[in-house]
Design a protein around this ligand. Structure first.
Ligand SMILES: C=C(O[C@@H]1C=C(C(=O)O)C=C[C@H]1O)C(=O)O
Length: 403
């Protein structure tokens, strides 16, 4: 991955003070923008905290942005993403905290004091004051099934081929709910998902266990993306034993075709394609095709940025054709998806970029959570089954919210 280098100063904070939970607790209490995450199949847990009150608003130009955590909503007017710059960066595989060199000695002393104070028994309670107070009413079953039926009619009239319709559900939280414990429960339950918690003022506190990479470019310049679609409950079945109906096979093939069309638009022929094969995500099975490009061999270092712009939102979360499906979603869902089905992930850190589709996620309010899930609708869909599909997708988070 090619990127301009950034100045970073490492500060050793008294060893006993520094651990992931302390840094996360101080970040949560602070009201500053922050994100913490664990990558799929890795044990390291990382956190970035911004020392500015608001997240930055940026275009997703990965080669030129400062290191940090990027979060882009499904849709908004100015097509910009939020960036939480890594003013402070902590990763559990290093014994020190890193400050970007823009921050002076006083700031470092303040942060170290906050970490020490917390360790000497300041409880995690202020975080609730930073939560959003209001949201759109949760979607009723009646509304969801009626818009699914309307979309099926529209597809029968050839208005579009596929649309992904989503909904929300409100769940009360216990008084002693801790985002930190929840984060660890998710890490333990879903080792191959991207586990994240992210706070942006006015956008709220979001947590998730995403199974879906939107794009990644690793330290060797290898670009990856996936076409993920088709859902069934595994009910204990191994991926290799799964069989799929033509509805799901077509639904996933549309996503693959969409990705290949994006490669075609930029005249890139040198991509590897593997699949589709069945993969497990929590208690669910999906169909997935993997795409890979060597950006060094193809001399295309900015491929990540270019594909991000072309791919988002893919037909795994939006539909086909994209413009008509987007309009149907905006006209019918009757709520703002915000970060749900947008993309989130770390950029620049450890010399790699990895953005995930923000799925299997929820938003935390001070006494309840708002869960989000959607389902791909085609002409052959059945509204009742699609409602059920959103329920089982929401179970990914719901199962671990209280334990
Ligand atoms: C839209 C969601 O998931 C997406 C839609 C899928 C489908 O329609 O079968 C499967 C995986 C995801 O790409 C969601 O989890 O909310």
């Amino acid at each position: 991955m090619e990127k301009k280098s950034q100045n970073i100063i490492s500060t050793k904070v008294e060893n006993s003070t520094l651990d992931f939970d302390t840094v996360l607790a101080v970040a949560l209490n602070s009201g500053q923008p922050f994100a913490a995450w664990k990558m799929p199949n890795e044990n390291t847990q990382s956190i970035v905290v911004s020392l500015q009150k608001e997240a930055l608003r940026v275009t997703s130009d990965l080669e030129n942005l400062p290191n940090g955590f990027l979060a882009r909503p499904f849709q908004d007017q100015d097509n910009k993403a939020f960036l939480i710059p890594a003013d402070i960066y902590y990763t559990s595989d290093l014994p020190e905290i890193q400050f970007s060199s823009d921050y002076d000695f006083d700031t470092k002393v303040k942060v170290e004091k906050a970490l020490n104070d917390f360790k000497h028994n300041k409880p995690l309670k202020k975080w609730k004051d930073n939560m959003l107070k209001e949201h759109f009413p949760p979607t009723s079953k009646e509304h969801f099934t009626s818009i699914v039926d309307d979309s099926i009619e529209a597809m029968k009239d050839d208005a579009f081929l596929k649309v992904v319709l989503s909904r929300t559900k409100e769940v009360p939280l216990k008084d002693d709910f801790s985002p930190i414990h929840f984060f660890h429960r998710l890490c333990k339950a879903y080792p191959n998902a991207f586990i994240s918690v992210c706070f942006i003022p006015k956008v709220g506190l979001w947590m998730g266990a995403s199974p879906e990479t939107l794009i990644s470019v690793d330290e060797n310049g290898v670009f990856r993306t996936v076409a993920l679609a088709g859902t069934q409950a595994s009910n204990g079945m191994l991926p290799k034993d799964a069989s799929w109906k033509s509805k799901e096979i077509e639904e996933q093939a549309l996503v693959s075709r969409y990705i290949i069309n994006c490669f075609k638009k930029i005249r890139l022929r040198e991509f590897d394609e593997k699949g589709p094969r069945t993969v497990a995500a929590a208690h669910l099975l999906h169909l997935r095709t993997d795409f890979k490009v060597d950006t060094k061999a193809t001399n295309f270092p900015q491929l990540g940025t270019v594909m991000l712009d072309l791919l988002h939102p893919t037909s795994a979360v939006c539909g086909m054709p994209k413009e008509v499906a987007t309009q149907f979603i905006l006209d019918n869902e009757h709520y703002n998806r915000s970060l749900y089905s947008g993309y989130i992930g770390p950029i620049g850190l450890k010399n790699r970029n990895h953005l995930f589709v923000n799925l299997r996620c929820l938003q935390i309010f001070n006494d309840h959570a708002l869960l989000y899930a959607g389902a791909g609708i085609t002409e052959d869909s059945d509204a009742e089954k699609e409602w059920k599909e959103t329920e089982i997708k929401m179970d990914t988070m719901l199962k671990h919210l209280h334990s």
